[in-house]
Design a protein around this ligand. Structure first.
Ligand code: ACO
Length: 433
C-alpha cells in the first residue's frame, strides 16, 4: 500500500501521497491540495519545496555528498574530464568511445561564431559586464540556429548541446578580448576544451599563450565541479522558462542571468572583493566576522554558507587543495590565499558559524585560482556559467521530455488592499506628494 501523509485543517482530513526518492529522501505530494481543500502551501525562497523529480544529480547537504548520475564528485574529479561529464549529465551514462569522438568532433566543428554574430560584440560598450554579453549572445544564438534551439530528437539535442558548449567558450573569450581592445583569437582543433578557452583568452597574434598542463587540468576540474547542482537558482530558472515552452537557448540565457546575482554565481567575485578589502587594510578579518554576525547588518561572509550544504561543501574541499597546487606549480604567491585560510579558521571555530553550520562553499576558493591564472574578477561568474552549462542542458532535456511537464506558475497569498474604488486624479489626496 502506498504511504500517505494526513493533513488536518478545518476539521477535515486530507490524505497526501508520500514520494520516496532513490536515497530515501521523503516528500509529500501536495499538487492536489488546493483543489481539494482550498489551501496552498507557502514557502518563500522554496526552501522546503520540491519542484520536480529528477534523476540527474544527488546531494546530501548534511553529509556533504554530491553525485552526478550516481557517481561521486571526488571520483569524477580524479578520473574524468569536463566533456565526459557533460555527456554523463546530458545522456545519463558515461559515453562510449564512439559517442565521445562524435561529440568532440561536433564541439570542434561548432567552435566558431557566425561572422555576423561576431559583429554583435561591437554593439556593446567595451566595459560591459561579460555576464550581460553572455546572456544576450546565447539568446541571440537561437536566431542563428532556429531549428536546433528547439531540439526534439536525440541527434538534434546532441547538436544543440555541442553548439552551446562549444560556442559559450568562444563568446567568453571574445568578450574578454573586446574588453581589452585586443583582436579575437580563433580556436585550434588540436586543443582540449579548457586549453582552447585559455588560448582564445590569453594568446595574442604575435605571442601564443603557453598553457601549463596543471593550469589546463585545474580549469577542467573547476568546470567539472560546477557542472550541476540539482535545483539551484539558475537551474530552476532554466526549468521554469522551459516550462512555458521556451527554446533551449532562451532558457539557458535566462539561467545565465539568474547565475549573475551575488548570492549565486556572482559570489566568487564578491568573495575575492571581500579578501581584497581585508588586504587593502580598510577592514580586518575580525571586523568582517563581526559584521557577518551582526543581525542589524545585511553583510554576509561571501563564499560561506549554502542552502543545501550544512557541512563542508565537497567542491570547496577539492578547490582548496587545487588552489594550493596551482599556486605551487605557477610559483604564484597571493596574500589573499593566506587571508582566506585565516578567515576560514576563525569562522569555523566561531559558535555563530558552528551553530548555523556555515562552511566555505564552492565560491570561496575558486576565485583565488582564477586570479592565479589571470582571469579578471568580472569573468569569474562566466567560468561558472561555462561549467554549469551541461547541467542546464540536462535539466532542460529532462524537464521537456517529462510527460508531466506543467507550466511553472506558483501561487501567492495576497496581502494587499481589499477591493477599493478608482479615485479620479482631481480628488486624490495631496498628502502623499
Ligand atoms: N554569513 C553570515 N551569516 C550567514 C551566512 C553568511 N555567509 N549565510 C547564512 N548566514 C546566516 C543567516 O543570517 C541566518 O542566520 P539566522 O538564523 O540568525 O537568521 C542563517 O545563517 C541561515 O541562513 P539562511 O539565509 O536561512 O540560509 P540560506 O539557505 O537561505 O542561504 C546563502 C544560503 C544565500 C548561500 C547564504 O548562505 C549566503 O548568503 N551566503 C553568502 C553568499 C554566497 O556565498 N553565495 C554562494 C552560494 S553557493 C552557489 O550559489 C554556487
Amino acid at each position: 500500500m502506498k504511504k500517505t501523509a494526513t493533513l488536518k485543517v478545518d476539521n477535515r482530513e486530507y490524505k497526501l501521497p508520500v514520494v520516496i526518492g532513490t536515497e530515501k529522501e521523503k516528500g509529500i505530494d501536495i499538487s492536489k491540495l488546493r483543489a481539494e481543500s482550498g489551501y496552498i502551501t507557502l514557502d518563500p525562497g522554496y526552501t522546503n519545496t520540491g519542484s520536480c523529480e529528477s534523476s540527474i544529480t544527488y546531494t546530501d547537504g548534511e553529509k556533504g555528498i554530491l553525485r552526478y548520475r550516481g557517481i561521486p564528485i571526488d571520483e569524477l574529479a580524479q578520473k574524468s574530464d569536463f566533456i565526459e561529464v557533460a555527456d554523463l549529465l546530458i545522456w545519463g551514462s558515461l559515453p562510449t568511445k564512439v559517442m565521445r569522438k562524435r561529440f568532440t568532433d561536433l564541439l570542434t566543428n561548432n567552435a566558431l561564431l557566425h561572422e555576423s554574430l561576431k559583429h554583435h560584440f561591437e554593439g556593446f560598450p567595451f566595459d560591459s559586464h561579460p555576464m550581460a554579453m553572455l546572456s544576450a549572445m546565447v539568446n541571440a544564438l537561437s536566431c542563428y540556429h532556429p531549428v536546433l534551439a528547439m531540439p526534439h530528437s536525440s541527434s538534434e539535442i546532441e547538436k544543440a548541446a555541442a553548439i552551446l558548449i562549444s560556442k559559450i567558450r568562444t563568446i567568453t573569450a571574445f568578450s574578454y578580448k573586446m574588453s581589452r581592445g585586443e583582436p579575437f583569437i580563433y580556436p585550434k582543433s588540436e586543443f582540449s576544451y579548457a586549453e582552447n578557452l585559455l588560448h582564445m583568452m590569453f594568446s595574442l597574434p604575435h605571442e601564443p599563450y603557453e598553457v601549463h598542463p596543471e593550469v589546463k587540468r585545474a580549469v577542467d576540474l573547476i568546470l567539472i565541479l560546477h557542472a550541476d547542482h540539482e535545483q539551484n537558482c539558475s537551474t530552476s530558472t532554466v526549468r521554469m522558462v522551459a516550462s512555458s515552452g521556451a527554446n533551449l537557448f532562451a532558457s539557458i540565457s535566462a539561467g545565465i542571468a539568474a547565475l549573475w546575482g551575488h548570492l549565486h554565481g556572482g559570489a566568487n567575485q564578491a568573495a575575492i572583493e571581500m579578501l581584497e578589502d581585508i588586504h587593502s587594510g580598510s577592514i580586518d578579518v575580525k571586523q568582517y566576522i563581526k559584521m557577518a554576525k551582526d543581525k542589524k547588518s545585511s553583510f554576509r561572509l561571501m563564499g560561506f554558507g549554502h542552502r543545501v550544504y550544512k557541512n563542508y561543501d565537497p567542491r570547496a574541499k577539492i578547490l582548496k587543495k587545487l588552489s594550493k597546487n596551482v599556486f605551487s606549480v605557477l610559483k604564484h604567491k597571493d596574500p589573499l590565499l593566506d587571508i582566506a585560510l585565516e578567515l576560514e579558521d576563525i569562522a569555523l571555530s566561531d559558535p555563530y558559524f558552528i551553530e548555523r553550520k556555515l562552511y566555505p562553499n564552492v565560491d570561496f576558493y575558486s576565485g583565488l585560482i582564477y586570479r592565479a591564472i589571470g582571469v579578471p574578477k568580472n569573468m569569474f561568474p562566466v567560468f561558472f556559467a561555462i561549467g554549469r552549462l551541461p547541467g542546464w542542458i540536462a535539466h532542460w532535456k529532462e524537464a521537456t521530455e517529462n510527460n508531466r511537464l506543467q507550466l511553472a506558475r506558483p501561487r501567492q497569498i495576497y496581502v494587499g488592499h481589499a477591493k477599493q474604488n478608482y479615485v479620479p486624479i482631481s480628488k486624490r489626496s495631496t498628502k502623499k506628494s
